[in-house]
Design a protein around this ligand. Sequence first.
Ligand code: ADP
Ligand code: MG
Length: 705
Amino acid sequence: MRPMTLSALFAQVQQLDGIGPKLAEKLARLVNNTVARSDPRVIDLLWHFPSGITDRRQQPRIAEAIEGTIATIKVRVASHAAPPRGNKKIPYRVTCADESGEMDLVFFRGQKNFMERLLPVGELRIASGRVEHYAGKLQMTHPDHVVSEEEFKTLELIEPVYPLMAGVSNKIMRRGITNAIELIPPLEEWQDEAWLKQNKWPSFEDALRMVHLPQDYDDLLPNAPARQRLAFDELLASQLALALMRNSEVTGTGRALLIKNNGLRDKIISKLPFKLTGSQEHALDEIYRDMASKNRMLRLLQGDVGSGKTVVALLAMAATVEAGAQAALMAPTEVLARQHFADFQEIAEQSGFSVALLTGREKGKTRLALLEALQKGEIDMLIGTHALFQKDVEFADLGLAVIDEQHRFGVQQRMALQAKGKNTDADVLVMTATPIPRTLLLTNYGDMESSQLTDKPAGRKPITTRVLPVERIDEVLHGLERALATGTQIYWVCPLVEESEHIDLAAADQRHAWLKRHFGEKVGLVHGQMKSDEKDAVMQDFTDGKLGLLVATTVIEVGVNVPNATIMVIEHAERFGLSQLHQLRGRVGRGDQQSSCILLYQGPLSKTGQSRLKVIRDSEDGFRIAEEDLRLRGGGELLGTRQSGLPGFGIAQLPEHGDLLSAARDDAELILLRDPTLSSPRGVALKTLLYLFERDAAAKLLRSG
Ligand code: ADP
Ligand code: MG
């Protein structure tokens, strides 16, 4: 459990003065860019760093003030000019002067009484704000500050500026954060003192204060000492968490599967309508070697969409069956699980192994019968969704757990499945089509071994990608008409509108109706809100060719395989992440036909927006796209979903903090080597660090310590 000392930081923001439910709701959308929390907490405010400063250090005389800049000017108040009563268009003007010239302070809707108190004639005042010239005279409209000489002594000349939204002003943000800082409890230092000194880094609390009170532009940069320290804290927490998981998973308890050939794999391979590629063979060698070893396998199989990961999984699972154990394959969606099942079943009948499907839809008697057969060992391979790791699912002897599209699952979910091994945890193979750049591999997968499918199956033609403004949609429509006439199948993808699934759906619905008007009954619709049997029925009709054009929300992103579909239109392509576009596009180009992808965008596009679409247009290399995505986004959450137990990074930026990453990794290893249960004084402080960065799953592994 999270230590009590941290409870004030993890309390809801509404605990803070001046923050009510309405504001909390707005803050939820604003703070902590890695997750949209409906219930932002105090700590989420602390992680919301300023992105700029307002610099009031320029204190020119009136004649020297530079148009358009923020100036802080000492003046003597000369005269007031109130607008005629009831005239709201003419502002209230206060004329001031110094020895160099005159300037007007301008207030719309200025109240006479108030103005005379704020700026008494004959007195010295310091006004700070943006200056401009109006009718040849310097003026400051709505100064940010008007203070006396006495008050000026405490005026902040540099103010942090936060990323904001309507209804959350900088002032509100600052007040919330200032209050939040006061709630930081006294914490024992978890970093090595010598390392802190060497880097000239402040303590955790000081670092947070400094980040929120920048004294200069340099303080906003990733390499400012305070920001570096906090980034390192975050990286250390993540590396420590990974090392703890790794230790608990890989060491000691392993199981050596006997990799032997009793003909099953040969039979399967002989039934395949293709030859395995070199990298498929190579990946399988690595997998068999891991399975045969006494250590538990924890291997990541990376391969672009369409690179043929499924058959690698099938053969690894077959090897498990040959060794006398069972294997499981977990997929993130019902559609995908069913598709894998259908593929496997066909081969199973001809090759002589048994395969079953378990999803949320298998219920009652069917489910019970299936669970019994599984427990008796009558089922060799089990395919399914999240239903697989539920408590009452028991295997006779689970030897291998394969997790498809692993980024859709949390670490705990993976661990729950592998824990179903007989005496020890099962071997684990996780698969991903999201290519992971090396730096991120290190941050998110630690020492997981990895295999790559680098060559595309033979016979694939490159996909032609075009980027078009949505204004040209009619042209696209004519093209599709011709294609449909020749029997080509088409995907039409509508974007996910994040704020609301309803809007999302409405857009897809509308597009569906529109396309139906043009093409008639050949047009189908599939979206995430449909019941899974409805979804399956539509997908089946598309697979069978009964539908020619399938309008879809991003539910088709993952894994679906219809080789005859060779055209994809993606609407509002500018709203998608690059890796997501790449994944979507991978749904076409699966057969031997020439395929094409049309990216429709809604202009105007920003510079980055243009570069992003250009990257997708010009490249089909998932790794390159991922690297570019990382570069264009300047780090952040590349992997899309935040994983439970392994949250994304909020502070550490890649590549800017890349050097710190390897240091954090070495540090984590050294720490656990010396103090594996984190029970020394520094160890205890480090446990707090784990909770502070929400690596709770890893911290829980230390219960005994
Ligand atoms: P992904 O890696 O995206 O999961 P799949 O495993 O679904 O890719 O494979 C995509 C398609 O490629 C499938 O139709 C599969 O049968 C086919 N395939 C797999 N391996 C090969 C190969 N070596 N040669 C030709 N086609 C292959
Ligand atoms: Mg796949």
